[in-house]
Structure formats: C-alpha cells, structure tokens
Write a new protein. Structure first.
Length: 493
C-alpha cells in the first residue's frame, strides 16, 4: 500500500490519481486519518498545508521486528517545502502535483508521458488555448511548464487539437445537439471489461421490453427538442448488433419517424463484435442510411481472443469486414487494444499487418484499462500469472501502421488504470473521422443520451456543463423509466 496523509482534505482526488499513475498495481490510499494495517505500507507520503506554504515528505518504513508484530517507524527519504497562494486553487493544485511528481520521479527513477495530467481529456487544454488565440508554441510551453508533459505528447495534443477545430467547424456547437442511443447487451463479457453485465443469453426475452422503454425516452426527446435536428447519431453499447434484424429495424425506424435526419453529418452504429454481424443486420443498417460502422477485432491473435473471453475468431473478423465492404459500407472503423494479457510486441505487429491488408477507414488504438468491476481486477489471484505490457513502442508501431494507411490522429482520450499510463487515439483517413467522438471528448455540444447507463450533457453557451445519468442496471432502467425521463426534463428545462 501507498499511503498519503493530508492534514487537510484538499485535492485528495488529484493526489490519488497522480500517485496511482506511478504505482498502478498498488493500493493507494489518500486521507487525513492513518489507515489500519500500517505493516503493509511500503511508502508513506505526508502533505501538510500551512498558511502560505506546503511541506511534503516521502518516508519509508524501518524494518519490522522479526516476528512481524508491532508498528514500523519511518524515515524520510525525500522532502520539500514550497510557497503557495492560498487564494488560487488551480495554481495551488498544479503546484502540489508538480512537487509530488518531482519527488516520485526522483524516488522511482520513473517519468510519466503525460506528466502530472491525470484527466481524461488532455487535448482539451490545447484546444481551449488555441481557441483563445494562443499560438502552438505558447501552448507547448504552458503544457511543459505546468504539467511536465513530454514533448511527444505535447506534439500529439497540438496536432489533434488543430484537426479537431476544423472538424467542429462543420456543426453548430452552441445551438445544435447530438443523440446517443445505448444498447447495453453483449455476446459475452470480456475479461478486462466492466461496462456491461448484461450478456445477451440472459436477456434475450426482454430486449423488446428494453426497446419499449427506449421508445418512451425517444418520445420525450421529440417533445423536448422539437424543431431542432441532431447533427450526429451514435448507437453504441455494449454491442448494438446483438439486436436481431427485426429489433434493429424497429429501433432505426423509430428514430426516423421521430427526428428530422435530413441534416445528419454522421450516423454511426457500433457493429462491434464480429460474431454479432450478419448480412441481414447489415442490410437493415444500409436500408436506414447508416454512414459509419465499427468491426472491432481488439487483436488478430486467436489465443488472445480466447483468453479475454471474446467468442469470435480472427477469420470471422476478416469475413465480417469484407462482407461490409462488399455491401457498400465506405466508412468502417476498427478498434485495437494495446497491453492485452500475454501479448508481445510481435503479436501487435502481426495484428497491424492484418489490418493493413484490410485497409479500414479509421482505427482506434486503445491502451488497456482494467476496470474495478472487471474479472481481471476482481479475481486477481486467478490471473496473477498474466503478463500485460504496453510501451511507447507499441503505440509507435500502431501510429506508424496507421500513417502507412493514410490515416492521421484526430481524437484522443485517457482512462484510469491505463496500461503504461498512455492514451487512446483515433486515427482516420481524410473525411472519415468520427465527429461524435470529437464532440464527446471536447464537450462543446449538448448530447442527449438515451438508454441504460447513458449520460446526457447539456452544454451552455458560456461553456458550463451539466449532466444527468440513466441507471446502468437494465432492470432498474426499465422499472424506473419515468424517473429517467424526469431527470432529463430537469436538465433541459
């Protein structure tokens, strides 16, 4: 355990996120009260807030008695004291993170590619500064000095931010809105995933009831957004193509009958799992004018697919992709994950070679992020022998392969507990970038989200954002659909 003790409970979340980035496999505890079980603490960090200054100490435990009893004593290995402006919270927070970063870098010999940045939207910093009229050199200097970000990640942030600005010029960020529809069912639950607990086999008989509830939310949306047309529609999950052809037709027909889709810039359905794709389902998508789909392999190594609990084969992925191409889909995304259990850099290069032959229109390269409720996290002892490695070499190999296919990075985001403390990057050929992805990351447009586990965001003209969530549990969502609609009514008053 790594324990950070504060004399005031200030900036605890930010401190925890940064320390966890240095020690991803350790239990990190931050608080004002010492925790029980001090014998398991391997590093003690003390942060004391005093008027006008902050002191920090890194301490290690002295050796415990040979019988394992008693409490350890501590000796200081690193310490610092620095002045702060108590009236400037943002500046103080950045200073605290800078000093913790410097202490831990000196102690561990480790640097982080994103420096002190722990939020999920690092490109938003570059985007906002460019919007304010700052030039790229000023942005780069600010990110290096304030967040200690590496030059490579600064360059990537700037490249993406400048590309995002051009994409966003195509829509009305202030008055427009986009629509998200969540289908929370999957053929199976992956080893690393906690997003869905709803394997289709257990919910087959209730999917139409779920669609009944979705249609109630759609009816609310029609009333609330009367006279306004969505810029983008994104149907995600889960795996939307777990719906049968009839159910998919039902959903898409309901959307067509409810909204004016004549001005849509993008209409996406995450086909996702290759084992959920069929000619009949693709025909339904095509008949309803879906402009962008995903066929997501995650890896092209069969052993890895079996290990992580995906029921499709490499051959199914290839066949599904070619079927979609043959049927005329001209904007197909594929997702990859770096850092999957037991995968080597050679395995990653093999996957990239296959994708280069397929030539999709966009590729999203994810760094593995293991969620707390994932089997891989909940049953650590069962998977203790699994090796998960993600390095800059992995990401560079993916970036080089995408560049070789004529793709450029267009959006980026991060998650907690990411392998290697890296990022997810979307690459796309010209004209094939996912506009909705950029909207989600930059939070510049209102998103009306329907379905279990979805989160609606209202973006006000001054940039202020308010959110409301639908419950994640499908049964609860269906039982409490009236409450879900009331939440949205309050948000969009």
């Amino acid at each position: 355990m790594i324990f950070v003790q504060l004399n005031k409970d200030n900036y605890a979340y930010d401190i925890h996120s940064l320390v966890k980035a240095f020690y991803p496999s350790e239990n990190v505890s931050v608080g004002t009260v010492p925790k029980a079980g001090a014998e398991s603490v391997r590093l003690f960090i003390q942060v004391d807030y005093r008027p006008g200054e902050i002191s920090m100490q890194l301490r290690e435990p002295e050796q415990l008695p040979s019988d394992g009893t008693g409490q350890p004593s501590w000796h200081s290995v690193q310490e610092t004291v620095f002045p702060v402006d108590d009236t400037n919270r943002i500046q103080t927070k950045n200073q605290i993170k800078q000093h913790i970063y410097e202490l831990l870098t000196a102690y561990t010999g480790k640097t982080l590619p994103w420096g002190t940045l722990t939020g999920i939207r690092p490109t938003k910093i570059a985007m906002n500064m460019l919007e304010e009229g700052k030039n790229p050199a000023s942005v780069a200097d600010y990110m290096a000095k304030t967040y200690l970000t590496s030059q490579q990640k600064i360059d990537l942030s700037l490249e993406i931010a400048q590309r995002e600005r051009k994409l966003l010029q195509r829509l009305d960020a202030k008055e427009g809105y986009s629509l998200y529809i969540g289908i929370p069912f999957c053929p199976s639950t992956c080893l690393y995933c906690s997003f869905t607990s709803f394997p289709l086999s257990k919910w087959m008989g209730r999917v139409d009831t779920y669609l009944d509830m979705l249609e109630q939310e759609i009816a609310f949306a029609v009333r609330q957004f009367a006279g306004r047309s969505p810029d983008c529609i994104y149907i995600g999950g889960g795996t939307p193509t777990t719906l049968s052809p009839r159910q998919m037709d039902r959903l898409l027909s309901a959307l067509e009958q409810s909204f004016d889709l004549s001005h849509l810039l993008e209409y996406t359905v995450e086909a996702g799992r290759p084992d959920s794709i069929s000619r009949e389902k693709l025909e339904v998508l095509q008949a309803h004018g879906i402009s962008r789909i995903s066929v997501n392999p995650q890896t092209m190594n069969q052993e890895t697919l079996e290990l992580i609990g995906r029921q499709h084969t490499v051959s199914q992925t290839i066949d599904s992709f070619y079927l979609a191409r043959e049927m005329g889909f001209k904007n197909i995304n594929m997702d990859l994950i770096m850092g999957l259990p037991q995968e080597t850099i050679a395995d990653v290069r093999k996957t990239l070679d296959v994708l280069q032959e397929l030539a999709p229109d966009s590729i999203t390269v994810h760094s593995l992020a293991v969620k707390r409720a994932a089997r891989l996290q909940m049953f650590k002892e069962d998977y203790a022998g699994l090796k998960m490695v993600n390095t800059q070499e992995h990401l560079d190999a993916a970036a080089d392969a995408c560049a070789g296919m004529g793709m450029k990075p267009y959006y980026l985001y991060r998650q907690k507990n990411m392998a290697g403390n890296f990022e997810n990057v979307g690459y796309a050929k010209d004209g094939k970038a996912g506009i909705y992805n950029v909207l989600m990351m930059e939070e510049v447009q209102t998103i009306l989200a329907l379905g279990a586990g979805s989160i609606s965001k209202r973006v006000y003209p001054d940039g202020h954002i308010e959110r409301c969530e639908n419950v994640k549990n499908v049964s609860q969502y269906m039982e409490r659909i009236g409450e879900m609609i009331e939440r949205k009514q309050k948000l969009f008053l």
